[in-house]
Design a protein around this ligand. Structure first.
Ligand SMILES: C[S@@+](CC[C@H](N)C(=O)[O-])C[C@H]1O[C@@H](n2cnc3c(N)ncnc32)[C@H](O)[C@@H]1O
Length: 217
């Protein structure tokens, strides 16, 4: 028995991915294309076990309306879209036509393009265009780290009671306890803000680079 999460070697990580929900051919091709076309940015993609978890969570919450902030080449959005029922909708936000051009091709190949509404532009501005109602079942934040407080402020009031916001990179490779740059400091401050927010019940999980799940009251 251990009182904390065990470290993952490469071999153990491969085992964990293989025994959870192993990536299918579409996800494997998307990861491979991202690595070969955008080698400097490829680590921005969510980990395979996170992708599987996003699909699981989307289904668990019976999600009909979801939002993603930070789409890149589309792995997390594909995972969320796959968890939606017929008629469900995912609204995605990103600033890059180049990155999301790749995403669009893989959404089409997976047959989920009709469930995804991609909006290009700074998410802080574009999120304000969403209905001012508590209608979202699930939201995933994974864009520029200094923008997290703005995305949080726009999303929390739009979540239905019991809806969940998932936030990626909350451990910043471990640097969150000794921040070394602006993004690290932003996440350290953001994590404190989430903890103090009486509108949500959060948990922080050591999945990949750290994943916070916040259930909105
Ligand atoms: C970590 S990546 C997202 C990875 C994605 N979730 C995946 O699984 O592939 C961050 C993304 O945020 C986008 N981004 C950066 N600043 C943004 C902003 N102000 N508004 C919207 N998107 C932004 C970047 O273009 C990039 O695609």
């Amino acid at each position: 028995m251990t009182t904390k999460s065990i470290p993952l070697t490469d071999e153990l990580h491969a085992y964990l991915v293989a025994h959870g929900a192993p990536p299918d051919e579409i996800i494997r091709d998307l990861a491979e294309e991202t690595r070969s076309v955008l080698p400097e940015h490829a680590t921005m993609q969510v980990a395979p076990e996170q992708a599987a978890f996003l699909t699981f969570l989307t289904r668990l919450l019976d999600t009909r309306q979801a939002v993603e902030v930070g789409t890149f080449t589309g792995l997390s959005s594909l995972a969320i879209a796959r968890g939606l029922p017929e008629g469900g909708q995912l609204t995605c936000f990103d600033i890059s036509e180049e990155f999301t051009g790749i995403a669009r091709r893989y959404w089409a190949r997976a047959g989920v393009q009709d469930r995804i509404d991609l909006r290009i532009g700074p998410a802080g501005d574009r999120l304000r265009e969403l209905p001012h109602e508590r209608y979202l079942d699930f939201a995933f934040i994974d864009a520029d780290k200094t923008g997290y407080p703005v995305y949080w402020a726009e999303l929390v009031p739009r979540m239905r009671p019991g809806g969940v916001i998932a936030v990626d990179n909350v451990l910043r490779g471990g640097r969150v306890i000794a921040p070394q740059n602006e993004a690290d400091r932003a996440i350290a401050a953001f994590n404190d803000e989430v903890l103090a927010d009486v509108r949500v019940d959060p948990v922080m999980l050591p999945v990949a680079d750290g994943l916070t799940l916040a259930r909105v009251r």
